[in-house]
Design a protein around this ligand. Structure first.
Ligand code: F3S
Length: 641
């Protein structure tokens, strides 16, 4: 039987296991990436392993999330990251060089390779035929140390594309349509492999928009073939030498097939407060808006900003709208400034922001209270914009621009003339903001400002866990709910004692205080607990506050792994109705854990307050169980060494 693309890459990187769905496998990681919000912690974890340098083919440290240097903390972090990268063999992409995924696609991604990134949108590089997976920082630290990446073998879904996109319909509309059909849970335990005749009509950056937002489906990753479009893109980036063809064998098998006729699609929009709350733009056109933001790792390519410039040329942003534009990379910004497109954007009244994540991670540009903001980003969870009651709509750049001009949500097909953007002959290549590692690492001193605090330690798991339910939560709790981002909190990412004060801040201001007073305890959650970003602080900070176990109806993949990595037991109800038996303040106990905790096993939770017992289970492999008993992945790795 022939192989599909995913099987081909996994086979050539397989270290242990078989490619059988739902069994644990481990692969070699060729490349890693970190960003500043996850990188400092990943590097402290790598340092704790005591190695002289990284063992990957390539590792890159990006600075893109936290660019507001309102205090010393951010610059402290940047100096730490730069000196650490220099000493340990990591490339350092300076602040201002671009968003990790955009720059990695441009300068480093390789078809057929594997990439592990401490950011949930790492699958962006799947647009170039690289198997790219988002994970917690500790998993990335282990990969940098030459360790394998373990995961449950997903099912492989073929997304068969036919036809071609109509004018004003974009790659963003393709992934929004998929989210409409499959929801934010539709990709859990799956990889989406794109194929069919429609694939060749999409450029690499269009493909990258689709694979980027595949993360919102809950998928492990998404991937496109490597074909003539890929070769053309790499040639334009001066990297044609890394191209290799990659396609599924003619008789390749898939677990499932989804078909999309590109020519049947229309401009789509995700309404508040979930990326799968999707409808046609037509259905909500006329909604008044306060703000439009173009950028993020989803939609900030050269093509995206050239479209924006062409639509804005000779026009003005609506008087009641604030339009912001954040280019995805310095390459893009330099090109649009050289060819005059930037002038058209500025003349129309747009505000040019830093080359960074910016408003996508709530670093500035919070909408007004109760405001409406239309964004080309990938997430619209409540509060992520920085304003709790703001309404965030997710759209393509084309829909965003016409909306900014008209002041109300509008269908780009109503724009008054056709726009054609020609590809440049070549991209502007200048890697001077990517600093290679030192040739004399022994002479490099790591710079540690006061914001760089040591890693908190965790003891091995005892045989009995007891404590109160510290908080009971509902469905779809995101990592933003658990560990908020934004200008106040992000600077504390290297300082766990300080950042842990903000855990669940938006849901229950007293949480951190109560957790400390009670000596830790349990959390109870609903469906899809921990969805959203790869933010390991959403496990690390609760661990610091003494959270011992989370009992939920189901978990999002990366967060579940992060809980294990930090020694917190992720348990699921065998009967969902037992959720009703647990309340905040109930005193719980799990005994004989060493005997009870086995792969596929069932544990009994005693609710001492209500004098009831409930049964819980888990998806833990025997390796994960060993990690939990060791008190987390770092302890486990140290024991192994
Ligand atoms: Fe940055 Fe937003 Fe992407 S925070 S990495 S632009 S999802």
């Amino acid at each position: 039987m022939g192989k599909n693309i995913v099987q081909k890459i996994l086979s050539s990187h397989l270290v242990s296991g078989r490619l059988k769905a739902k069994t644990e496998i481990a692969i070699v990681v060729d490349q890693t990436l970190t960003q500043d919000a996850t990188g400092t912690m990943a590097y402290l974890q790598f340092e704790a392993m005591g190695l002289p340098g990284v063992k990957t083919k390539l590792s890159v440290s990006y600075v893109d999330h936290n660019m507001l240097q309102a205090g010393f903390e951010n610059f402290d972090d940047h100096l730490f990251l730069q000196s650490f990268a220099s000493k340990y063999g990591i490339y350092y992409s300076k602040p201002g060089n671009g968003i990790c995924h955009q720059v990695h696609l441009e300068r480093f991604a390789v078809p057929g390779g594997t990439l592990l990134g401490s950011d949930s949108h790492t699958p962006t590089c799947g647009g170039l035929g690289m198997l790219s997976i988002g994970a917690g920082g500790l998993d990335v630290a282990i990969a940098m140390a030459g360790g394998s990446f373990y995961f449950s073998m997903p099912e492989i879904v073929l997304v068969k594309l036919s036809g071609a996109l109509s004018p004003w319909v974009t790659a963003k509309d393709v992934i929004l349509e998929l989210l409409r059909r499959l929801t934010v849970k539709g990709g859990v335990g799956k990889i989406f492999e794109y194929g069919g005749e429609g694939v060749k009509t999409l450029t690499v950056t269009e493909r990258a928009t689709i694979t980027n937002m595949g993360a919102e489906l809950g998928a492990l990753t998404s991937i496109f073939p490597s074909d003539a479009q890929t070769k053309k893109y790499l040639k334009m980036q001066g990297r044609e030498d890394v191209w290799q063809p990659l396609k599924a064998s003619a008789n390749a098998q898939y677990d499932e097939t989804v078909e999309i006729d590109l020519s049947s699609l229309e401009p789509m929009v995700a309404r508040p407060h979930s990326p799968d709350n999707v409808c046609k733009v037509r259905e909500i056109q006329g909604t008044m808006v306060h703000q439009v933001c173009i950028g993020s790792c989803t939609n900030s390519s050269y093509h995206d900003l050239m479209v924006a410039a062409a639509m804005l040329k000779g026009k003005k942003v609506h008087p009641d709208v604030s339009l912001t534009i954040s280019p995805g990379s310095r390459q893009v910004l330099e090109m649009i400034s050289k060819n005059g497109a930037l002038t058209d954007i500025i003349a129309a009244g747009a505000r040019i922001l830093d080359v960074a994540c910016g408003p996508c991670i709530g670093m500035g540009q919070a909408p007004p209270s109760g405001g409406v903001t239309v964004r080309t980003f990938n997430r619209n969870f409540e509060g992520r914009s920085g304003t709790l009651d703001a309404k965030v709509y997710l759209v393509s750049p084309e829909t965003a621009v016409i909306t900014a001009i008209r002041g109300v949500i509008s269908d780009p097909r109503d724009y008054d003339m056709p726009i054609i953007i020609k590809d440049p002959k070549t991209f502007l290549i200048d890697d001077s903001m990517i600093i290679p590692p030192s040739e004399n690492p022994a002479q490099v001193t790591i710079i540690r400002g006061p914001n760089i605090k040591p890693l908190p330690k965790k003891e091995p798991m005892p045989d009995t866990l007891h404590g109160e339910v510290l908080l009971k939560l509902g469905d779809n709790i995101t990592t933003d709910h658990i560990m908020p981002a934004g200008a106040k909190v992000l600077p504390l990412r290297s300082n766990i004692p300080a950042i842990s004060e903000f855990v669940f801040e938006k849901i229950d201001k007293e949480f951190a205080k109560r957790a400390k007073e009670k000596g830790g305890g349990f959390l109870v959650g609903g469906i899809n607990y921990g969805q959203g970003s790869s933010r390991e602080h959403a496990a690390l900070a609760p661990m610091y506050l003494g959270v011992k176990a989370v009992i939920a109806k189901s978990f999002a993949r990366i967060h579940r792994s992060n809980l294990v990595n930090f020694g917190i037991l992720p348990l699921t109800f065998t009967e969902e109705n037992d959720y009703l038996v647990l309340d905040q303040g109930d005193s719980l106990e799990l005994v004989d854990i060493k005997k009870q905790l086995k792969p596929g096993g069932i544990l009994v939770v005693h609710n001492r307050t209500k004098n009831k017992e409930i049964k819980v289970t888990h998806l833990l492999s025997s390796r994960e169980i060993d990690i939990l008993f060791a008190g987390g992945l770092l302890n486990y790795q140290a024991q192994k060494n």
